[in-house]
Design a protein around this ligand. Structure first.
Ligand SMILES: Cc1cc2nc3c(=O)[nH]c(=O)nc-3n(C[C@H](O)[C@H](O)[C@H](O)COP(=O)(O)O)c2cc1C
Length: 420
C-alpha cells in the first residue's frame, strides 16, 4: 500500500492544487491495493503548514478531484492488464489536527503540555502558541465528525483518525505532565480519552463499505515522562534530551492495550508507525543522508529498519488477528524492501506493508513488484531526505531525484510557491 505522503501543495483555502492532483494521478497507476491519502486538516488552525490540504463543505467538489484522478489511474491499469492482479484499490483519508506542529501561519504550536526540547528542535518558543484547554479538546469530536462525513460523502472508503508522529492525538497519549485535566496526568484513561471520544463519535459512520481506522504511533522514541510506548523509568535526561540518541527503551504495554480497546470498539485496521519526524526522523524513516546539515544519527539505518519491524511484530503478537495491521519504514531498503515485506507477511509478523518515500520516487513500485517480482533498481528512493528538506524549507514536497524536473527547481530555490 501507499503510506500517506504530504506534498504541502494545496491552495490557501485547502483545495488541492495541480501538483496535488498530479501526485494522486501518479499514485493511481501504482498498482498498490490501498492508498492512504495524506494528512488533511480538520480545521484551519490545525494545519501543519499554510498549504496543507483541508476538506470543507465549500471545497469538497474540488477536493474530490484527487480521488477521481486516482480512481481513473487505477481503473485504466485494470483495463490494460486484463488480469486479476489489479483491482479496485481501497482509499483511506487521513484526518489530522497538527497540535504542536500546527503552523497555518508558520508558527502556532497548539500543545497538550509544555516540553521545550521539542519546541526548540523546531525553532519554537513558549511565546509562540499555547497549551490547549480541556474545553477546546472537548469540541474536537465535532470537527472530526464533520470531516468524516464529508470524506464519506465524496467517496472515500474510510478515514484515519491520525494518532501518530506527535501531532495532537499522538501527543495526548504522553500527556503525563498535563495537570488538572481530564486529558492528562498519570491516568492512561485520561491520556487516551481524546482519541476514544473522537472514535466513539465517528464510529456511527462505519459500515461494510466505510472503514474507521487510525495511524497509530506505537513508540515515540522520546523518554518518559514525555514519550509514549517507552519504559516508564524516570529519565533524568528527559529534559535535556537533545542529541536524540541513544533511542529510549520501548515498552509497548499501553499502545497494545489501546489497540485491544479499539478492537472492542469495532476497529479492524491500524497502520502502525513510530517516532517524531521533526525530532528523531532516523527512527521512523531511516536514511543515508540527513536533512540539510543535520548531524547523522549514531546508529546505522538498518538498525532503525530492524527496530521498526520488531516493534510491529510485537504488536502483531498481542492484538486479535482480525485486526489487520500495516507496517512501514521499508523505503531505505530500496529494491530489497519487497522481499523483506513478503517475508514479514509470510511469517505473520504484519498483514500488509506500505511505502512512503518510495511512492514519491517511484509510484509504480507495487506494479513492478507484482509484474517483475522486483522494484526497479534504477527508480528507487535513495533515502537522501530531500523530500523532507523541501518540507522544512516550507516548499512543496516531492522527490527531487527521481522526479527532478518538477521538484529540483524548488529545492534549488529557482521556483517559488504560487500562494494563490
Ligand atoms: C515528505 C513526507 C511527507 C509525509 N507525509 C505524511 C503524512 O501526511 N501523514 C503521515 O502519517 N505520514 C507522513 N509521512 C511519513 C510516511 O508516511 C512514512 O511513514 C515514512 O516516510 C516512513 O516510510 P518509508 O520508509 O516508506 O518512507 C511523510 C513522510 C515524508 C518524507
Amino acid at each position: 500500500m501507499i503510506q500517506p505522503m504530504e506534498g504541502c501543495d494545496g491552495h490557501g483555502d485547502g483545495r488541492p492544487s495541480e501538483l496535488t492532483i498530479r501526485r494522486y494521478k501518479r499514485f493511481g497507476t501504482s498498482g498498490a491495493g490501498l492508498c492512504w491519502f495524506e494528512a488533511t486538516a480538520v480545521k484551519e488552525e490545525a494545519r501543519a503548514n499554510p498549504r496543507q490540504i483541508m476538506l470543507t463543505e465549500e471545497n469538497k467538489n474540488d477536493y474530490q478531484k484527487i480521488l477521481t484522478v486516482y480512481e481513473e489511474g487505477a481503473q485504466n491499469l485494470y483495463a490494460e492488464e486484463e488480469n486479476e492482479v489489479f483491482h479496485n484499490p481501497i482509499k483511506i483519508l487521513q484526518l489530522t489536527h497538527s497540535g504542536r506542529y500546527s503552523s497555518p501561519g508558520f508558527k502556532n504550536p497548539l500543545r497538550m503540555y509544555w516540553y521545550d526540547v521539542l519546541d526548540k528542535a523546531y525553532g519554537r518558543s513558549r511565546e509562540d502558541g499555547k497549551i490547549l484547554s480541556d474545553e477546546y479538546l472537548d469540541e474536537l469530536p465535532d470537527y472530526f465528525e464533520n470531516s468524516v462525513s464529508l470524506a464519506k460523502e465524496i467517496g472515500f472508503d474510510g478515514v484515519d483518525i491520525k494518532s501518530c508522529h506527535r501531532y495532537l492525538l499522538s501527543e495526548s497519549f504522553s500527556a503525563f505532565t498535563r495537570e488538572d485535566s481530564k486529558y492528562g496526568g498519570q491516568s492512561y484513561e485520561n491520556r487516551t480519552r481524546l482519541l476514544k471520544n473522537i472514535m466513539k463519535r465517528v464510529q456511527k459512520f462505519a459500515s461494510d463499505d466505510f472503514i474507521i481506522t487510525l495511524r497509530l504511533n506505537i513508540f515515540d522514541a522520546i523518554p518518559y515522562p514525555y514519550g509514549w510506548g517507552v519504559k516508564k523509568e524516570e529519565d533524568t535526561n528527559a529534559l535535556l534530551f537533545t542529541n536524540r540518541s541513544p533511542v529510549p527503551e520501548p515498552d509497548l504495554t499501553e499502545p497494545i492495550k489501546l489497540l485491544n480497546e479499539l478492537y472492542d470498539m469495532g476497529i479492524r485496521l491500524a497502520d502502525l508507525t513510530i517516532a517524531n519526524p521533526y525530532f528523531n526522523p532516523f527512527v521512523s524513516r531511516p536514511y543515508d543522508i540527513p536533512v540539510g546539515n543535520a548531524t547523522k544519527p549514531n546508529e546505522h539505518p538498518l538498525e532503525g529498519v530492524s527496530r521498526f519491524i520488531a516493534l510491529t511484530k510485537e504488536v502483531r503478537e498481542n492484538v486479535p488477528k482480525d485486526m489487520k495491521l500495516i507496517g512501514t519504514g521499508y523505503s531505505w531498503l530500496r529494491y530489497l524492501g519487497g522481499y523483506i515485506a513478503a517475508d514479514q507477511i509470510n511469517k505473520g509478523n504484519v498483514d500488509m506493508v506500505g511505502w512512503g518515500r518510495m511512492a514519491f520516487a517511484n509510484p509504480q513500485f507495487a506494479q513492478q513488484l507484482l509484474k517483475e517480482g522486483i522494484i526497479d533498481k534504477k527508480k528507487t528512493c535513495i533515502s537522501c531526505s530531500k523530500c523532507t528538506e523541501l518540507m522544512r524549507m516550507h516548499s512543496v514536497a516531492g522527490c527531487a531525484i527521481r522526479d527532478k524536473d518538477v521538484y529540483s527547481p524548488y529545492l534549488k530555490g529557482e521556483k517559488k510557491i504560487d500562494w494563490s
